[in-house]
Design a protein around this ligand. Structure first.
Ligand SMILES: [Zn+2]
Length: 250
């Protein structure tokens, strides 16, 4: 199974695509004759589709050769309206930034597939929640899960009921006295609890009881701060997401 995370035209009828895969990480491949009519590519590969890919390794070439691609997941809903499509673009953009060639990333891949299915079919009111859920799972899968239970600077307990600061350079919540210089936001106890649940609750539980508005907004604000810090760049896809929180400066 592969998710198409980048598509570029190549010559008159071909494409160069990047595929995210669970077992082989990111794969760059040439799709010869992608736009020619025929069953192999169904008219050319499209971004944020998921299917099975038949690849031919070319040991001395930079690009593998894609022989056949068959869509396996019905993600047509992503093309129905802009918030869904932008949500999907954000998912594939993070996949492209985080996946490496030849490095298996099954947890990241599985989270992306779940998020794309949800962006294609979930009620519009849940899309922002699914976006922050995917970001949380992707941060965890790539070793960047923020510290939310104890102070990420000194490791001691945080007060359970009060406000706490989320510091991007510290990598999580910190005591006021421990906060290093750099971007931070203040979270209420309710926002902290919602954020923690987003990171720790299992998927079936979150499907039964989706994160509330407070949790989604808090996670949006935290991830707006934290993702550019972790990635060392601000993904353009962040600015097109629905349900964005206002910037808050403590
Ligand atoms: Zn501390």
């Amino acid at each position: 199974m592969a998710i198409v995370v980048r598509v570029r035209p190549f010559g008159e009828t071909s494409q160069v695509v990047h595929l995210a895969t669970p077992d082989h990480g990111l794969i760059a491949a040439l799709v010869k004759g992608a736009h020619r009519p025929g069953p192999e590519f169904q008219g050319g590969l499209a971004l944020a589709t998921a299917g099975t890919a038949q690849l031919v390794r070319r040991p001395r070439a930079e690009l593998e050769l894609l022989r056949r691609y068959r869509i396996e997941e019905d993600l047509r809903g992503l093309r129905d309206d802009l918030p869904r499509f932008y949500g999907a673009c954000h998912v594939v953009s993070l996949l492209r930034l985080w996946m490496q060639p030849h490095l298996p990333a099954p947890a990241l891949f599985a989270a992306a597939l779940t998020a794309l299915r949800a962006q294609a079919a979930a009620p519009c009111s849940d899309l922002a929640g699914w976006t922050v859920w995917f970001e949380a799972r992707a941060l965890a899968a790539t070793g960047h899960r923020p510290s939310l239970e104890v102070c990420s600077a000194c490791g001691r307990a945080l007060s359970g009921d009060g406000r706490a600061r989320f510091s991007a350079p510290a990598g999580g919540l910190v005591h006021d006295a421990c906060a290093p210089p750099g971007p931070a936001i203040l979270l209420t106890a309710a926002e902290r609890a919602g954020l923690l649940r987003l990171y720790t609750a299992r998927l079936p539980e979150l499907k039964r009881e989706p994160p509330d508005d407070t949790a989604v907004k808090a996670a949006r604000a935290v991830h707006d701060l934290f993702l550019p810090h972790v990635l060392e760049r601000r993904p353009a896809s962040l600015d097109r997401l629905p349900g964005r929180a206002e910037k808050r400066i403590p």
